[in-house]
Design a binder for this molecule. Sequence first.
Ligand SMILES: Nc1nc2c(ncn2[C@@H]2O[C@H](COP(=O)(O)OP(=O)(O)OP(=O)(O)O)[C@@H](O)[C@H]2O)c(=O)[nH]1
Ligand SMILES: [Mg+2]
Length: 332
Amino acid sequence: MARDWSDLFITGGVAREDESGPATAVERRRGVFRRLRENLSKTRQALSGEIQATLWGTLDEHTWERLEEALIMADVGASTTASVVATLEAEAAEGVLAGGEALSERLIELLAETARVGDGRIDLRASPTVIMAVGVNGTGKTTTIGKLAWHLRNELGLTVLLGAADTFRAAASEQLEGWARRAGCEIVTGAAGSDPGAVAFEAIAQARSTGVDVVIVDTAGRLHTQDDLMAELGKVRRVIGRQLEGAPHETLLIVDATTGQNGLRQAKMFAETADVTGVVLTKLDGTARGGIALAIARELEMPVKLIGVGETVEDLRPFDPEDFARALIAEG
Ligand SMILES: Nc1nc2c(ncn2[C@@H]2O[C@H](COP(=O)(O)OP(=O)(O)OP(=O)(O)O)[C@@H](O)[C@H]2O)c(=O)[nH]1
Ligand SMILES: [Mg+2]
């Protein structure tokens, strides 16, 4: 139960093993799941009661309509909802699924299947591995980087260096410096208004010379329609690639879940121009429409790798489709 940090990363044996023993590990994962449910309580409240009442009642055409409505209200998306509900309805008609419990479990399974797209893991075997965070303004890039650095340091025992390549927004470097202090990692910054590519270049150069495991590069927020800024992002990527072949190894698109279908459209266009390899969906604690996490991977044709469910370091989690669907829907 509950995907752990060690399941998210491919580390080639450099990471620390879980030394707590199997019983404690299971207990820990249970605790993580409970916390996930709490943090997703806004969507859960909107969705779980309605779905359970529907599935445990008499099954007729209204059942499937109500189920569709509930899922669409939670932003699971029209096409995902239609196909999941059609499958459930067909299986119920065949008599394969008897009773509310079986229907609820099958719904969780179908939603989780939808959300499973590509390899959701992050490969950290390159030395150093370079991760870039990109996205629209204010989606949670800097915060996510801070949380991620903290987990890489504290859960996996890796060394991390942050590159503050958002030289555009005043105070962006200071914000990242705060996270570097909390996470206990190094940081490379540039002067306000300086070339973001130069900061990324310097960060990787420093990581290489000091033998750091992971470099995470922060970038300024931008819209996919801002051609000059999108071109700048391409330039930063090229600079990184020239400094280290194969880098950046991972480009995470940070998407704000509270922006719903509009944010999803924006993300789609962003992903088309920015060589994105995975999605981080943030602020899921702040929305009753967290079902978007189950549809976004299919819509963008790339995996959701991490989710943000609050503002503290503990509130960044590896995305596990089944846990997520269960946290939104299951009773109890
Ligand atoms: N509730 C909640 N707040 C979050 C989450 N992730 C980020 N935030 C908040 O969102 C706000 C913006 O976060 P930043 O990390 O500064 O966003 P950014 O994408 O770096 O912003 P720009 O650099 O200006 O484009 C901050 O107040 C964060 O604390 C989350 O998962 N849940
Ligand atoms: Mg930022």
